[in-house]
Design a protein around this ligand. Structure first.
Ligand code: KE4
Length: 428
């Protein structure tokens, strides 16, 4: 008898009308077995499923809910905006305010264009880089995921990797031929590709701190080389900070790393749980976008009043409360506790973490790229996943995803998580 009869029933119904019963494969539980849990509501750091169970949420909508679910001020901002209508297809002051908050947080950004998802942000940034440089080739890294952009669905991470289609059918050879895929953190490979093809490269797009093969930080040497080689050969460096923007620091990974990319893509947190993406950079590059320049990009609901209200409120709270030192401390507390629990259970694990993001890898060796991530014991991960779920801890349903903390993941809740992990890892 399933502990989740209502979810089971809803999943059967969902599968009749939507491929796999989900609107994103990341939610499919494909790598852990069983069926997805259907959620009734979220509140603070908790999710409540349709069968009445409560979970401490380490997915947080895959990153956006850094303030926790149903934050009263965010909800009030959405309600107030909605009372004046939901979309006008015309400019509003809120779009300026959200852009100003992003520009203030990211010194590398002078102008920003709001879109509706991280995918739209990365596909737009790529088109801009190609239009600006007049070149075709793009460099990306195995295990990095930048949304479902044709030219980037080559050796992609996240649910593409989880479900075994890192290179998707439907991406034409013509598209893929302009995408060069290198190993992440492989400085020599970067130097070689620029030595041989540098003049043809429009841009390098990278997750400066990868979250889509699990949490794998880029090494200082790797990222510095990307910055140097792109500058030397006139290619643009795109930091995909859809996940890390306003998460690892208010100014994202580039604030932590002290590296200024040419373009930055954002999403998730800047929408406060509503659909928002953004791409930005120096005016000299961004002004190549129509209607100032000739590179086309458009969107019916880009910068819509509800999403900008939620995003503005979220960013203002983050700016005013500066929760990042606390997030860093809580993430470290969890990392240390998980490592100790794994050692006590004699389960070989690695734990990688940065403020607000963490992954426990079931691996004998450190995970530094897709090759080492793919070698993890995903069966053990699946067992751990369900043992934690049964103890009320909701983890991302893949070894190739990161756990996220909210500002409401308290010391006490972290201790409860560690205690659950001790039991879940025992005898694994
Ligand atoms: P969206 O189109 O899903 O808003 O953003 C795509 C994207 C771009 N860049 C990075 C670094 C990302 O992490 C993402 C999306 N992240 C995944 C989770 N790893 C979203 C979850 C999902 O696909 O359902």
């Amino acid at each position: 008898m399933s502990a989740w009869p209502r979810s089971q029933e809803l999943f059967r119904r969902a599968q009749r009308v939507t491929p796999g019963g989900v609107n994103s494969p990341a939610r499919a539980f494909g790598a852990v077995g069983g069926h997805p849990l259907f959620i009734a509501r979220g509140e603070g750091p908790f999710l409540y499923d349709v069968d009445g169970h409560r979970y401490l949420d380490y997915v947080l909508s895959w990153g956006p809910m850094i303030l926790g679910h149903a934050h009263p001020e965010v909800l009030e901002a959405i309600r107030e905006a909605a009372s004046r209508g939901t979309s006008y297809g015309a400019p509003t002051e809120a779009e300026i305010t959200l852009a100003e908050l992003i520009i203030e947080a990211f010194p590398s950004i002078e102008k920003v264009r709001l879109v509706n998802s991280g995918t739209e942000a990365t596909l737009s940034a790529l088109r801009l880089a190609r239009g600006y440089t007049g070149r075709d080739k793009i460099v990306k890294f195995a295990g990095n995921y930048h949304g479902h952009v044709d030219s980037l669905l080559v050796a992609a991470g996240s649910s593409a990797a989880t479900l075994g289609v890192p290179t998707s059918p439907g991406v034409t050879a013509g598209t893929a031929q302009d995408t060069i895929v290198l190993p992440y953190n492989d400085t020599a490979a970067v130097e070689e590709v620029f030595r041989t093809q540098g003049e043809e490269i429009a841009a390098v797009i990278v997750e400066p701190i990868a979250g889509n093969m699990g949490c794998v930080p880029g090494s200082a040497e790797f990222l510095r080389t990307l910055r140097e080689k792109t500058r030397e050969y006139g290619a643009l460096l795109i930091f995909d900070e859809v996940m890390t923007g306003f998460r690892v620091a208010y100014g994202g990974a580039q604030e932590l790393l002290g590296i200024r990319p040419d373009l930055t893509t954002l999403g998730k947190i800047i929408g406060g749980g509503l659909p928002v993406g953004a791409y930005g950079g120096p005016a000299a590059i961004m002004d190549h976008i129509l209607p100032v320049g000739k590179v086309f990009q458009a969107g019916t609901l880009s910068g819509n009043p509800l999403a900008t209200a939620a995003g503005i409120t979220t960013l203002r709270i983050l700016r005013e409360t500066n929760p990042y030192p606390q997030l860093a401390a809580r993430t470290q507390q969890l990392a240390e506790g998980l490592l100790q629990a794994a050692a006590s259970a004699c389960v070989p694990c690695q734990v990688a973490f940065v403020p607000g993001m963490l992954t426990i890898f079931f691996s004998e060796r450190p995970v530094t790229d897709w090759e080492t991530a793919a070698a993890c014991d995903t069966k053990r991960f699946a067992q751990f996943f369900w043992r934690m779920m049964e103890r009320g801890i909701y983890l991302p349903c893949s070894q190739y995803e990161a756990m996220f903390l909210s500002v409401l993941h308290s010391e006490e809740l972290i201790e409860q998580t560690i205690a659950a992990a001790r039991l879940a890892l025992a005898g694994l």
